[in-house]
Every structure is written in structure tokens, then in C-alpha cells.
Design a protein around this ligand. Structure first.
Ligand code: ATP
Length: 662
């Protein structure tokens, strides 16, 4: 079984994955769900405001300060019993929050600030807590996670990449251990047994992808599970019926960190599990398709939609493809298959780029996750795209896959009994979070005023001018001011180009990208030291906490350089958010070019001319940037909408057939 990346444009599912399970395990699971639902029902009885809640926690906390750990632990045991008995009752949650806060002060040396209590309140109420970057969401999550876990709920803390999942679990573990709770971490390369053990922990830190795929694997296990009456019959005839080994313990209580990325941005692409299938497509056919695609003329024969990464053949192109290629490789009778394949070949040839969308390593294609900048080595693209890219890059051909199970994030996360989330950038997507997930967004104030300074953005006519300005800015900030600098680039290729230019300019630097990811923790640890230059892809764009070395604050803190605006302003703000955390000094600037993808794809030609002529002031740059990102976000929202619509259509079709989808 392997995992497939769906092309965003193709969002249909094959095959139903009905749930027809019953057994002692499932009875336990159902009992657990019912218990969880009872546990959560206490929330409905809360009639006091968040201010009152915070005041109660603060007041109770005053009474707990100075108590020895053993006394706190016995109070924790008492509140755990109370939570199990009465559920998320107001008084019990106040007591739990106050105890977790005091225990955190002792074990981690960090006592939750009032604003973090407010964030915790939002999470326990099932909201999205919008807390600015660097405000301590990792610590905030412990309040809700530990309270739910003390009450017996299996808790999943979901984040965007393995590095963050492992870091957060490791940092918070002393607190959980002191509270008598176990912690599990799911990493990509764990065996099923290890995963099962980690999911059995009270609180499990995992990534959205691992969680989604593990859920699909469980659904596949359940697919062949017979109905209740068949199990009973089997038991009568053969004794105990065997039950499948599931990885998860069900979907109960989830806290999604970087919620806008997981629930909105990544929701464009469904999760698909596939297995090896039989195919008549040979290497010759894929080669012929690439050759046919190369023989077509742009604009007259085909058009490319770069943002959606899909190619479309025009009537002239279709006629040419049929005339030139039909009959090749013995698939004459399937002209539509051939045209589809040539269209995919156009996509592979012109819309997927080496060192941007994938890496070639050991004669294999490794997909780069566009949201996290990390390698997804065990994933493949579907509908022949992966094989076409392999042919394009002269790699060995991997077997073609067929879809076994599929789910969208929209549908997956709605299955949790209790869903909540945190992000530094949730304002723009608050309406979508509500309409799709029924999640309210609560804005949490900052603990200390943000001191980050934003220099005016600079737009250059060419890439060369842009990179020259970036190198100059690095020189000034490090050599003249002695500050650390973090430069965000949009691809492995761009990061390597900049690294080369910095070397030529004699500026020492470190590189963090999908090709050089082994020393991520060390690179991040060193990135806050005076004069250190770190060039990174969006691997360092979210969640990364760069701690400033002593003396760096006096020099102005960390400086961030953004070298290409992304389609969403949220992603840019996340990168800026690596500086000026927790009230520290810091600064950020954007140095970009008119030729960057965002402007090329989303700005009308006349505006690009204005930008190129450099007649625009910083104010106008902001206007053009807003417009380009607005158009890009609209397009992406439409894609997500389509994914959801086709998902609902599949649901209705399966319901009509008396089946249930994954
Ligand atoms: N109550 C606290 N007391 C002391 N330090 C804290 C407290 N809360 C958070 N911090 C520190 O603040 C820094 C930022 O925390 P964290 O990385 O969790 O922020 P974040 O909100 O998740 O950031 P991002 O939005 O970038 O993901 C960390 O170094 C953390 O140790």
C-alpha cells in the first residue's frame, strides 16, 4: 500500500469503504465514543464568560502557588476523577487549568500567561484560538489537551510536520508526566506496532498527513469486516472471531496547530491510499506521450493553468494528438485515454519542476510537500503523472497504482467529536472555518506588544536585481549590524541559487531545504546567533522557534528577508513571525521581483508594467500585492469548494447505493 497525492484538479473517488464492523473492540470503541460524548456534554451547561473563567483560574492558581509537587499531584488525581464523573464541568475545568498551570511552572519553568489561559479556554470550547506568532501556542495547547486527557479522552495534537510534532511532544512531556499522563509521537517512519503504541498514549502528537493516512488504513482494515450478524454466526460456529489490529482509538478530541494550513490550505488535496494495480501502460507509451506533448504548440494547441497545475488541450491540439499519435503503442482504440495521457504529459513536462515540486535522488522522484517544504518520499502522484515525470527525468518507472481509499480533510476532521485549533493567521479564513467545520475563531490578545519593524517592500524588475539586493541586505544586517538573518525562499532551486550568490559575495551561511534537512534542529538552534545567516525554504516558514542568543536583542533581534510573496498573505506573515516573538525586537522586509510567480499569474499585465517601471510607491506595492493575493486566494477557495462539492456528490451516490464512504 502506498500514499498518493491527488492532483488538485482531479477529485473523484473510486470504491466505497463501508463500515460494517462489530466486535468486542468495536463495542469498546463505541462505548468510548459515547463516554466522550457524555464527557463533552458538560460544555453545554457553561453559562459564564471567558473573563469569569480566567478570573476563576487565576484566583484558584493563587491558592495553589507554592504547594509541593506531591500535593499538586493528589489534587490532579482528584480533578481527574471529577472530570471522568461529571465531564467538562465548569468548576472541574477551572481546577484542572489552575493545576496544569502550576505544574507547568514547576516542571517547565513556564507559567501560562493570562492570554494563554484565554487561548486554552477557546480550545476547550471547540474554537480556533487566533494567537499571534510566537505567543506560545505549544504551551497553550497543554491546558486543553491535559484537561481532556485527565477526563479519559484520547487526545490528538495535530501539527504540520514531523519536526514540530516531535519537538512539541518532547518539550511538553515533563509536564504531562508530572500530571500522570502518557505522551506518544507519530513519525513517518514508525512501524504499525510503534504507531499503535503511540496512539494508545493519553495524548498523541502527530501530523495531519500521518493521522489521515492511518485513519484510512484502519478504514481499509474494517472494509472486509463482516456485519454484526455474520460475526455472531462466526462466533457460534468457530468460537471467537478475529478482529483487525487498528492503529487509532477513534476520533475523539483534536487540537489542530497551524489550523489555517491544515484545515484550509491542505484541504485542496484529498488523502488517497493506493495499491499496486495492473496497467497496460508501458514505458514506451509514457515516452510517446511526452514526445507528443513536446510536439504541440503552446496557445494554439494547449493552454496551461499554472496555479492549478493543469494543462488543457484545445480542439486543434486534440485533432493533432489524435492524428499524429493514435495507433501508437497499440492503444488506438482508446483515443480518449491517449488524449488524457498527452494532457498529463503536458502537465508533467511544463508544470512540474525539478527542485521545486520534486527532487531526483537515487534515480527516484521524491515529492516536495508544497506546504511544508519537506520530502514525502513514500508518496506518488496519481493518474500516470508520477510515471510521466519519471520518464521525463529518466528514472526507473514505478508501478502504477489504483485507489483503495480516499478522504478529504474537510470530511476527516469533521468526524472528531471535539475539534479545536490554533493559528497565528486565522482572520482571513474565519468564515470558511465556520462554514466548513463549524469552528468559531476567537482572537486572543498578545502577552506583550509586538515590536517587529517592517521595512518597506522592494520590487525589482528582474530576478538578478532582486538577488543582488538580497545579498546586499544580508551584508548590511550581518556585517554592519551583527544581527542574525533568516531568508525565506520559495523552492530548493531558489535557496541553492541564493546560497551560491552568498558564497560568491564571501558571506557565510547555512542552508535548510528538502535536500539538506538532516540537521534541521541544529540549524534552527544556531539561527538566532549574532551574524548567522540561514537560507531556508518554507521548511522554516511555520512553527519554527528561533531563540535569540545573548546580546542579539540589543542589536535589533532577528531580521527576516522574504524573497517571494506566496499566494496567501498568511504564509508570508508566518515567515515574518519568526522574528519579534514574545515581545522581542526584530524586523522583516520583502525583496521581490515582478517576474515572481504571484505577480506573473495573478496580476493583470498593465499592473505588471507599472511595477516594472518602478513608478509605484510602497503604498501602491501594497495595493498590487493585496490584489494578486486576493485573486490567488479566491481561486484556491474555488478549488476547495469543488473538492467539497464532489465529496458530497460521492457521499450521496454511495448513500443511494446503500453504502458508506471513507
Ligand atoms: N508562559 C510562558 N513563559 C515563558 N516562555 C514562554 C511561555 N509561553 C511560551 N513561551 C516561549 O515562547 C516561545 C514561542 O513559543 P511557541 O513556539 O509555542 O509559539 P507559537 O505561538 O507556537 O509560535 P508559531 O506561531 O510561530 O508557531 C518559546 O520559546 C516558548 O518557550
Amino acid at each position: 500500500m502506498s500514499k498518493v497525492i491527488a492532483c488538485p484538479s482531479e477529485s473523484y473517488a473510486k470504491g466505497p469503504y463501508p463500515e460494517r464492523a462489530d466486535s468486542r473492540e468495536f463495542a469498546i470503541d463505541r462505548w468510548l465514543r459515547a463516554t466522550s460524548a457524555r464527557f463533552l456534554s458538560g460544555l453545554g451547561k457553561w453559562d459564564r464568560s471567558s473573563d469569569r473563567f480566567i478570573a476563576c483560574v487565576e484566583c484558584r492558581g493563587d491558592g495553589l502557588q507554592g504547594l509541593p509537587v506531591a500535593d499538586l499531584q493528589s489534587l490532579v488525581r482528584r480533578v481527574a476523577l471529577d472530570l471522568r464523573r461529571r465531564g467538562l464541568h465548569f468548576d472541574a475545568v477551572v481546577e484542572a487549568f489552575a493545576l496544569i498551570r502550576e505544574m507547568s511552572a514547576i516542571t517547565l519553568g513556564k507559567r501560562h500567561y493570562s492570554v494563554q489561559l484565554r487561548g486554552g479556554y477557546a480550545l476547550i470550547r471547540g474554537h480556533i484560538a487566533e494567537m499571534s506568532t510566537g505567543e506560545g501556542k505549544t504551551l497553550t495547547a497543554t491546558l486543553a489537551a491535559a484537561t481532556a486527557a485527565l477526563g479519559g479522552m484520547p487526545v490528538h495534537v495535530v501539527t504540520v510536520n514531523d519536526y514540530l510534532a516531535a519537538r512539541d511532544a518532547e518539550e511538553m512531556e515533563p509536564l504531562y508526566r508530572a500530571l500522570g499522563l502518557s505522551v506518544g509521537v507519530i513519525q513517518q517512519d514508525l512501524s504499525p506496532e510503534q504507531k499503535r503504541a503511540n496512539y494508545a498514549a493519553d495524548i498523541t502528537y502527530c501530523t495531519n498527513k500521518d493521522l489521515g493516512f492511518d485513519y484510512l488504513r484502519d478504514r481499509l482494515q474494517l472494509k472486509d469486516w463482516p456485519s454484526r450478524s455474520r460475526i455472531n454466526l462466526k462466533r457460534m460456529l468457530h468460537g471467537e472471531a478475529s478482529v483487525p489490529d487498528l492503529l487509532l482509538r477513534g476520533l475523539h478530541f483534536a487540537i489542530v496547530d497551524e489550523a489555517d494550513s491544515v484545515l484550509i490550505d491542505e484541504a485542496r488535496t484529498p488523502l488517497i491510499i493506493s495499491g499496486n494495480g495492473e496497467s497496460y501502460m508501458t514505458e514506451e507509451i509514457f515516452k510517446a506521450a511526452i514526445a507528443a506533448a513536446e510536439g504541440l504548440t503552446p496557445d494554439s494547441d494547449y493552454e496551461l493553468a499554472a496555479t492549478e497545475r493543469v494543462a488543457r488541450l484545445k480542439p486543434a491540439g486534440i485533432a493533432k494528438v489524435r492524428k499524429q499519435c493514435a495507433g501508437q503503442c497499440g492503444i488506438r482504440h482508446l483515443e480518449s485515454v491517449w488524449t488524457d495521457l498527452v494532457t498529463q504529459a503536458l502537465t508533467a513536462r511544463y508544470l512540474y519542476h525539478k527542485d521545486r515540486h520534486y527532487l531526483v535522488r537515487d534515480e527516484k522522484i521524491h515529492i516536495i510537500d508544497e506546504y511544508t517544504g519537506r520530502l514525502m518520499s513514500d508518496r506518488t502522484w496519481e493518474y500516470g503523472l508520477h510515471q510521466l515525470i519519471e520518464v521525463k527525468e529518466r528514472c526507473a518507472l514505478s508501478p502504477q497504482k489504483i485507489t483503495l481509499a480516499r478522504i478529504t480533510y474537510q470530511r476527516f476532521f469533521r468526524r472528531y467529536l471535539h475539534l479545536s485549533g490554533m493559528t497565528g493567521t486565522g482572520k482571513e479564513v474565519a468564515a470558511e472555518l465556520w462554514s466548513v467545520y463549524r469552528l468559531k475563531t476567537s482572537k486572543i490578545p498578545t502577552h506583550r506588544p509586538v515590536q517587529r519593524i517592517h521595512y518597506p517592500s522592494r520590487v525589482f524588475a528582474t530576478q538578478e536585481d532582486k538577488w543582488r539586493a538580497v545579498v546586499e541586505s544580508v551584508r548590511v544586517e550581518t556585517r554592519e549590524r551583527g544581527r542574525p538573518v533568516l531568508i525565506g525562499t520559495c523552492s530548493v532551486a531558489a535557496s541553492e541559487l541564493l546560497a551560491e550568490l552568498l558564497t560568491q559575495a564571501g558571506l557565510e551561511h547555512r542552508l535548510l531545504n528538502a535536500r539538506q534537512d538532516a540537521e534541521e534542529a541544529q540549524l534552527v538552534a544556531a539561527a538566532g546567533q549574532a551574524g548567522v545567516v540561514t537560507v531556508a525554504t518554507n521548511m522554516a516558514g511555520r512553527g519554527t522557534d528561533i531563540k535569540l542568543a545573548s546580546g542579539v536583542k540589543d542589536r535589533g533581534g532577528l531580521h527576516i528577508i522574504l524573497t517571494e510573496f506566496s499566494e496567501s498573505g498568511r504564509i508570508d506573515r508566518q515567515l515574518y513571525g519568526r522574528a519579534g516573538r514574545q515581545g522581542d525586537p526584530g524586523s522583516a522586509e520583502a525583496i521581490v521581483a515582478v517576474e515572481d510567480d504571484l505577480f506573473r499569474h495573478h496580476l493583470p499585465g498593465v499592473m505588471r508594467v507599472f511595477l516594472r517601471l518602478a513608478v509605484v510607491s510602497p503604498g501602491w506595492i501594497r495595493v498590487f500585492l493585496f490584489l494578486a493575493q486576493y485573486r490567488a486566494e479566491r481561486k484556491n477557495a474555488r478549488i476547495r469548494e469543488q473538492t467539497l462539492v464532489s465529496d458530497r456528490k460521492i457521499d450521496r451516490m454511495l448513500a443511494f447505493a446503500g453504502k458508506e464512504s471513507s
